[in-house]
Ligand binder design. Structure first.
Ligand SMILES: *[C@@H]1O[C@H](CO)[C@@H](O)[C@H](O)[C@H]1NC(C)=O
Ligand SMILES: *[C@@H]1O[C@H](CO)[C@@H](O)[C@H](O)[C@H]1NC(C)=O
Ligand SMILES: *[C@@H]1O[C@H](CO)[C@@H](O)[C@H](O)[C@H]1NC(C)=O
Length: 195
């Protein structure tokens, strides 16, 4: 009886320690800064849209605040596992804008544990710089649907070794969509394509 009590209080203590480690510690500082840089990039580059009557949903990122004590794992559009960001859903922040959005994809470099990145519906036409998409080794799902991307972005995705799901639906892909086996170097099993 006594031993059982000791073991169960020990278990309770260990569980409490684990919860403190994962829940309350919050996200990595490098990832918190990374998220703020993404927000800054969008605000700096595109906030003028709202004054022109185009839709701009930066309010969705209101919880992304520059405060060291703020746990970015509970921020909107962010999902963590064991204190690191595994899902980032940055869809539909910039809509219906006539000018192309050129995204700085280097901003995603700090998120080494990322499994899912959703960039759907942002009027994105390409990436800036020639570095290509950062080699996020664990990225499994990349949703680029409903943008203005053409086939030229495919070669920039070469470093995504774990990619299994790529959604390029509703973009402006052309007839050269399957150039010399580029796409076959990915182990894609779901692939949505609609002209
Ligand atoms: C893109 O983002 C990276 C990482 O924050 C930064 O170092 C680089 O200067 C940015 N490039 C441009 C052209 O803004
Ligand atoms: C990305 O976001 C869009 C818009 O909310 C949603 O329809 C889609 O299912 C999301 N993609 C993934 C892979 O979660
Ligand atoms: C594809 O998109 C890139 C980036 O926006 C652009 O530089 C290029 O001219 C486009 N190619 C075609 C064939 O439209």
């Amino acid at each position: 009886m006594k031993l059982g009590l000791i073991i169960s209080s020990l278990l309770y203590f260990v569980t409490l320690m684990l919860m403190q480690n994962q829940g309350c510690k919050g996200c990595l500082e490098k990832e918190r800064i990374g998220l703020l840089e993404i927000k800054h990039y969008i605000v700096e580059g595109y906030s003028y849209l709202s004054t022109k009557g185009y839709s701009y949903n930066i309010k969705e990122l209101d919880s992304w605040v520059d405060d060291r004590d703020s746990n970015c794992c509970v921020w909107n559009r962010v999902k963590c596992f064991s204190g690191q960001i595994v899902e980032l859903s940055i869809y539909s922040l910039i809509n219906d804008f006539p000018d192309p959005i050129m995204l700085n994809v280097s901003l995603f470099r700090p998120f080494e544990e990322l499994r899912l990145l959703n960039l759907s519906s942002n009027h994105i036409q390409g990436w800036i710089g020639n570095e290509g998409f950062p080699g996020l080794k664990k990225l499994e799902t990349l949703d680029l649907s409903t943008n203005y991307l053409n086939s030229s972005i495919l070669s920039s995705l070469n470093g995504l070794m774990a990619l299994t799901t790529l959604n390029l639906g509703y973009n402006i892909l052309d007839d050269n969509f399957f150039p010399q086996g580029t796409i076959y170097s990915y182990n894609l099993f779901i692939f949505q394509y609609k002209r």
